[in-house]
Design a protein around this ligand. Sequence first.
Ligand SMILES: C[S@@+](CC[C@H](N)C(=O)[O-])C[C@H]1O[C@@H](n2cnc3c(N)ncnc32)[C@H](O)[C@@H]1O
Length: 271
Amino acid sequence: MAGQADIEKGTAVACPVVVHPAGDAFAPRAEQLAARLGVVVCAEPAPDALLLRVDEKGISLVGSGMELRGDLTRMLPRIRQGALQRELLVRAARTKGATAPWAIDATAGLGEDSLLLAAAGFRVTLYERDPVIAALLADALERAANEPQLKGVVSRMTLVEGDSVAALWGLSDALDAGAAAAQPDVVLLDPMFPERHKSASVKKKMQLLQRLESPCGDEDELVRAALAAHPRKVVIKRPAKGPYLAGVKPSYSIAGKAVRYDCLVPPPRLA
Ligand SMILES: C[S@@+](CC[C@H](N)C(=O)[O-])C[C@H]1O[C@@H](n2cnc3c(N)ncnc32)[C@H](O)[C@@H]1O
């Protein structure tokens, strides 16, 4: 078992993030995580470092005086019977006739939108390409799987760490080769958008995430890949007054005060 002696001490590391165990007991998990991410463990990090902190609650991202932890239990009030059906995303993703609908969340982030879809009955495949955000999400899913109220919902969610654009084109190729099971019902896109939240605390958390990930620069690629996978619908989350993603005009939109869901309904795929 790795101990404190194995942990690099007091080194300012030129990495986007360092892993910081909150005590000796967390050193083994910290080392595992650091090895997976290809970063170092640091017991006494520089004050301005961006940390992936490992403690008794799991993993959190710490920096600029803030802490961000994936926490799907926060979503419990929104997935209660009655509340869930009023969620704009659930209304936007609704597909008639599919008995076991399948959604791909191509920009999973911390998995909150995916959880809404899974609670609404979708099997959800979550793609997250940033390894640090994927680690936070994996940790949040692991904790949620131990919550009796979330267990069933989370069992329908599968995280894939990687680029959804490549995966969606892979599905498109599989469909062209005749694999009908490769056709998702819904593809959800929610790429990072600058200044989309008004609340100061959310803005700060976005700043923390933006130390890892800059606003989306491959909008066109995302929309093209999503449509190539021939879903029944592409659902795009935007700020209420934001421009269309990649300038593509939706078939229709469902708008609330802060967010808008633009729905692209492609023509049915010819067999
Ligand atoms: C605004 S966040 C999504 C928030 C998410 N809807 C939620 O409920 O937590 C956007 C995320 O998409 C990820 N992302 C952007 N492009 C991606 C791609 N091509 N493949 C996988 N993940 C991507 C980013 O790393 C970022 O974590």
